[in-house]
Ligand binder design. Sequence first.
Ligand SMILES: Cn1c(SCC(=O)Nc2ccccc2)nc2c(=O)[nH]c(N)nc21
Length: 276
Amino acid sequence: MTILSEKTPSPAVMGVINATPDSFSDGGRFIDPGNALSQARAMVEAGVDWVDIGGESTRPGATPVPLQEELDRVCPVIEAIHRELDVPISLDTSAPEVMREGARLGISMINDVRSLEREGAVAAARDTGLAVCIMHRQGEPETMQDRPEYSNVLEEVLGYLDRRAAQLQDAGIPGDRLLYDPGFGFGKTLEHNLVLLENLEAIVARGWPVLVGMSRKSMIGGVTGRPVEERMAGSVAAAAMAMMKGAAIVRVHDVKETVDAARMVRAAREQGSLRA
Ligand SMILES: Cn1c(SCC(=O)Nc2ccccc2)nc2c(=O)[nH]c(N)nc21
C-alpha cells in the first residue's frame, strides 16, 4: 500500500469533513466550500494525516442523493482542499462517476461503504489507480439496524472482506491498494461492535491496512450513556484501543485529541522497539 507508507504515518488519523448540508444551512442543498476548507485547515493544524470528504449521509434511514447533487457538493470541497492544503483526501462515495471525478481532482483514496458493489464502481476504482477501503455492512442504511443477526460476527465480517478482496484482485485491482474496514455500526448491535473491537487483531492479522470508524457512534453512547455531543472521551479511548490493536487509520471527528492519542501510541511503539 504505497499511499499509506509514503504519505502518512501508521497509525494515522483521518478527520471527517462534513460536506452534507446541515439542516440549518441555506435550503440544505449545497455546501459552502469555505466552511469545509476551514474545517480541514483546522484539522491540518491539529496534525491530521487524512481528511475524509463525503457528500451522501450514510446514516441509517438516509435518503439517497442524486448523482449531480453529490458531485455539486463534493467537487468544490475537494478542489478547495487540494488547492489550499497538503493533506491526502479520501472520498466517501459509492458512485463510479464521483470516484472518477474525485480522482481527476486529486483525491488519494476511495472510501466506499458499499465496497464497490454499485454498477461500474469496480472499473472506476481500478481505472483511477487509487487506494480503496472496502467495508463490511449487513443490509442497507434504511433497515440495517432493525435486527442485525450473526452466527459469528467476526467470522462473517472476515469472510466478507476476504471474499471481496479476492474478487477485486481478480477484477484487476492490485492487493496493495486495498484497506479492510469492519464497518462499526453498519448492521451491528452494540455487542457485535464490541466483539469486533475486542478482536480487531484478527482483522489486522489478515495483512491489509485496517481503517476503523467508531467516532461518536451509538456504540460509544451505548457503553458510556453519553449523548452524541458528549462522546469525545469515549471516541478517543476507542480509537486508542484500535491503534494499539494495529489499526492503520482511525476515522474521527475529534482530531486534536485523537492526534495526541496517536502520538502516544507511536511513541510507546517506537520506544518499545528498542532492546528491553
Ligand atoms: C463514511 N463512513 C461512515 S459514516 C457513519 C458515521 O460516521 N456515523 C456517525 C457519525 C457521527 C455520530 C454518529 C454516527 N462510517 C464509516 C466507517 O466506519 N468506516 C468507513 N470507512 N467510512 C465510514
